[in-house]
Write a new protein. Structure first.
Length: 287
């Protein structure tokens, strides 16, 4: 990928810090002298899941598609979007919660493309904290969030529910994190959420450097200040956040701290997560 150009996957399991990463990038690329508006993030991107966008581009009524057909359509669109992005001198950011996997037709869910056409920033978070945040975000009981974290056939939104977005195929937390990090199609830079919280300037700076973007340290520091959780919470309190699920009672930018699960999960719930995801948790430093 030429320095500064091409497609950039912003990939994660839900509630792992993807939105925070997008805001950090928006603030570092913005020429503003104030934090970007959380409801109008000035980051060049494309959606592979928003029905209205997909229907406008393809002229296909997505309500008529089966799940397999919808996923295949998304795969074909991803290939086209990445091919177009590779011709641009500016990066195109594509947020995804999809696992890196293959469809029944042997097509990659995220499209076929040359290795040089895209890069990926993958943000990973302790699955025990993911469960707590997911339960709050979706108004699930904790046990339901734990169950979903362990499902290999996991989609959001649920496949039987028609929403403004087409389903994304998550798989389980373990398969998601190992799938993205073991694939060889796209160069990937891993960001641990906890490290980003502890050392935001150095960790985010390394991610920016991986993308080939030449950004002075002062700009990195400013982006970190502008994306501070207190700032994001203040903006949400004043103007809400349009990406918050309809009917949600908890704020989107809830706490953002690490190891909060200790005060929330029962020993049984924590043990179930470790029993299912222990190998991947050890790999990424959570055990």
């Amino acid at each position: 990928m030429p320095p500064g150009g091409g497609a950039v996957w912003l990939a994660s399991f839900p509630k792992s810090g993807n939105t925070w990463l997008r805001l950090l990038l928006a603030n570092v690329l913005s020429n503003q002298d104030k934090p970007v508006n959380i409801n109008s993030i000035p980051l060049k991107g494309r959606s592979l899941v928003r029905r209205t966008y997909i229907e406008d581009v393809t002229l296909i009524d997505t309500d008529l598609l089966t799940l397999d057909e919808a996923l295949l359509l998304r795969s074909r669109m991803a290939a086209v979007i990445i091919a177009e992005a590779s011709e641009d001198e500016n990066p195109l950011f594509v947020k995804t919660h999809d696992a890196y996997c293959t469809l029944p037709e042997c097509e990659p869910l995220l499209g076929r493309h040359n290795r040089s056409a895209a890069k990926a920033l993958y943000i990973v978070r302790d699955p025990r904290d993911v469960v707590v945040s997911l339960a709050s975000h979706m108004s699930y009981p904790i046990d339901e969030a734990v169950r979903r974290l362990c499902m290999d056939d996991h989609f959001i939104p649920d496949v039987h529910v028609v929403t403004t977005h087409l389903p994304q195929h998550l798989q389980s937390w373990s398969r998601h994190v190992t799938g993205w990090n073991d694939q060889t199609d796209v160069p990937v830079h891993v960001i641990r959420y906890e490290d980003l919280r502890d050392e935001p300037v150095s960790v985010f700076g390394a991610a920016v450097a991986f993308l080939g973007l030449e950004v002075p340290r002062t700009k990195i520091e400013q982006a970190v200040r502008f994306s501070d959780f207190a700032e994001l919470q203040a903006q949400e309190a004043q103007n809400d956040f349009r990406e918050r699920p309809p009917g949600a009672t908890a704020p989107f930018f809830r706490k953002g701290r690490a190891s909060g699960w200790v005060d929330v999960l029962t020993k049984q719930q924590s043990a179930q997560i470790v029993a299912t995801h222990g190998d991947a948790m050890k790999r990424f430093g959570y055990l």
